[in-house]
Design a binder for this molecule. Structure first.
Ligand code: SAJ
Length: 440
């Protein structure tokens, strides 16, 4: 017989709107607690895939978890929403060309939720959002459901019928299932009571600390975390340009500087990619351009680093024997994942393919086929062994483990541009420049 607590978990009905990189793992983790979870998505193929117990995204251990909870009947997917006790919104918040955040998907999801809301329900927004979005969701729900008393809009002494909160996800792709459980959560309520309601939900599956605050503070906290990382990567990328000018190995300098007890510099690379760090800082800049010059400049430095890598790579290929094949190692936005969104590696490879056509070979163990832009330009997908056998020019764009492990004797004599510093023993790097090293 079930204990009271697990009986409660079984009875809990949760809807997760958006079955992407965050929504699907979140839905599966909640379903594992015994709650009955419905994942709602606008894409029929995603719904079909999940209902057949499979996954449409690569994430460590996600396939086993999803197949288990679907087989047990704890997780279902649908194009249609159903009534529930808790609604979690995890849809994208992209930005327009002028970096204006687009919260259209969030408002559409809230509209869908409004149709089935009832007193006692909790609505939680997890999508990274500009400050004030949760209040906009509240206002939208209030206008669509005038029959419900919404938080922050009730006369003194009265209780709201529903709770609304913002709780940003903080998980790192590749470690999502672990971090969903172990990371601390910041839970911002429209009112303190809303925060407490959301807190009791997260306590079901989060082992990390759950800290409550206001919705606005939680929204800004999420943007701050990613802007912090972007600014710090920009510092490393700026150092890499300075080190090039000075003929110094930037990775060695960073390693040495990080021996200082209060210095912790991140790693330079070909630019910053992904759907979070390259995007979220703009939400802060867009809200108050006058007071965000540092955050804006960091974005520009990181984007500028990709242009710099393109110029270095172009110089390296141009200096190589005519017709020599060029291997671009990696397309993903970072190591050991299959996510190519906003990837600087992809941008570099596409530019090189547009310039050098069928001389360009791509090595990307996480891509089953080449993206169309690359294929149309004449580039070909090959494996790392073929690249090592046939390509005298190699451009390292992603630090996948399989690239990192290539020993020096297999790449000796090659012209290498190593944008990730994975081959510190390569005799010539950075467009043929010999970095100065101190004698050991
Ligand atoms: N990168 C560098 N140098 C570094 C670290 C990263 O160039 O030293 C590059 C990566 O190669 C990649 C980009 O930055 O192109 C972003 O990678 P990441 O590993 O820093 O972050 P994401 O985008 O995978 O995940 C981030 C995380 N945020 C923070 O670490 C503050 C994660 O916790 C968030 O949940 C996620 O954004 C999100 O969804 O917002």
């Amino acid at each position: 017989m079930l204990s009271d607590a697990s009986q409660k978990a079984v009875d809990l009905k949760v809807v997760v709107v958006g079955l992407g990189y965050i929504g699907l793992p979140t839905a599966a983790v909640i379903a594992r607690t015994g709650a009955s979870v419905l994942g709602v998505d606008v894409t029929a193929s995603v719904v079909d895939t999940v209902n057949s117990g499979r996954v449409h995204i690569e994430e460590v251990d996600l396939d086993g978890l999803v197949s288990g909870v679907v087989a047990r009947g704890s997780l279902r997917a649908s194009l249609q929403i159903e009534p529930a006790d808790v609604f979690v919104i995890a849809v994208p918040t992209p930005f327009a060309d002028d970096h204006a955040p687009n919260i259209g998907y969030v408002l559409r999801a809230a509209t869908t939720v409004a149709a089935v809301l009832k007193p006692g329900d909790t609505v939680i927004l997890e999508s990274t959002s500009p400050v004030g979005t949760t209040e906009k969701v509240r206002d939208l729900l209030a206008s669509l459901r005038p029959d419900l008393k919404v938080p922050g809009r009730v006369a003194g002494g009265e209780q709201a019928d529903i709770a609304i909160a913002y709780c940003p996800e903080r998980v790192l792709p590749g470690r999502i299932l672990v971090e969903l459980i172990d990371n601390d959560r910041v839970i911002g309520g429209i009112t303190p009571r809303c925060a407490r309601k959301a807190l009791s939900f997260y306590r079901r599956f989060v082992r990390g600390a759950c800290v409550t605050t206001t919705a606005r503070a939680a929204e800004m906290t999420k943007l701050t975390e990613n802007a912090f990382r972007d600014v710090n990567i920009a510092f490393a990328n700026e150092l890499s340009l300075l080190a090039d000018t000075m003929g110094v190995d930037v990775w060695e300098v960073i390693r040495l500087a990080n021996r200082h007890p209060r210095v912790n510099i991140l790693q330079p690379g070909p630019g910053v990619g992904g759907h979070c760090i390259a995007v979220d800082p703009w939400f802060l800049v867009h809200a108050d351009p006058e007071h965000s010059p540092l955050i804006r400049t960091a974005r520009e430095v990181n984007d500028g680093k990709t242009d710099h890598v393109v110029a270095q790579a172009t110089a390296l290929v141009t200096a190589a024997p005519p017709g020599a094949p060029v291997a671009c190692l990696g397309l993903a936005f970072k190591a050991n994942i299959d996510d190519f969104r906003e990837s600087p590696a992809l941008r570099v490879a596409e530019t090189l393919a547009a310039r050098f056509g069928d001389r360009v070979r791509i090595v990307e163990p996480y891509a089953p086929a080449l993206p169309k832009t690359l294929a149309d330009a004449g580039a070909r997908l090959i494996d790392i062994d073929t690249a090592l056998e046939t390509c005298p020019v190699m451009i390292v764009l992603v630090d996948h483990d399989v690239f990192r492990s290539v020993p020096l004797d297999e790449r000796a004599g090659k012209r290498v541009l190593d944008t990730r510093g994975i081959w510190p023993d390569q005799p010539r790097s950075i467009a043929g420049r010999e970095p100065l090293r101190m004698a050991s």
